[in-house]
Design a protein around this ligand. Structure first.
Ligand SMILES: [Zn+2]
Length: 171
């Protein structure tokens, strides 16, 4: 039996980058909430938890879709200001991701028990707080495994934000 190590490593980077990008997205959108939507894994307003409708992991990246409809507006999110400042938000996310990679923080999975049904949580020691997210996927062991992670935000459909995350491995 042979394990495709390159494929698995690519998915580990894609998965880890997806978590980091969604945390950076929450942080970059934090000032757009008029009401408290609840907190994400590092204590910022949880845009991800409120709006994410799908997340697809691939090698060295991910594509996330967020629903920006009436219910999000009713929950207190300022969709108009977001749309008007999209490019600036994207820059903030990318600057945050670069800063997080530069810390070389550790990234690991903790499991409650030895069987397949035991809950697994991804832990990452970011400077703001230790992020802990329920997740069964495979991940890198350190943010030093990345040379970069960047996102692009697409709002061509004003009701649907598409965030495409692209990671590359450290050489
Ligand atoms: Zn994960």
């Amino acid at each position: 039996m042979s394990v495709d190590v390159a494929h698995r490593d690519g998915l580990s980077r894609g998965h880890t980058a997806c978590h980091l990008a969604s945390l950076a997205l929450d942080l970059a959108l934090a000032d757009l909430w008029r009401k408290d939507p609840g907190q994400d894994a590092i204590g910022n307003p949880d845009f991800e938890g409120r709006a994410n409708q799908s997340s697809r992991i691939r090698e060295d990246g991910a594509v996330d879709e967020y629903r920006l409809g009436k219910s999000l507006r009713r929950a207190g999110f300022d969709t108009e200001t977001f749309a008007a400042t999209l490019a600036e938000r994207e820059e903030r996310i990318n600057a945050q991701l670069a800063a997080w990679i530069a810390t070389g923080a550790s990234s690991r999975i903790e499991t409650e028990g030895p069987t397949i049904v035991d809950r697994r949580r991804w832990h990452c020691e970011l400077p703001e707080a230790e992020a802990v997210i329920l997740c069964g996927g495979t991940h890198v062991t350190s943010l030093a495994d990345f040379s970069s992670i960047s996102v692009s935000l697409d709002l061509s459909d004003p009701q649907l934000l598409v965030m495409t995350t692209t990671a590359s491995a450290a050489v």
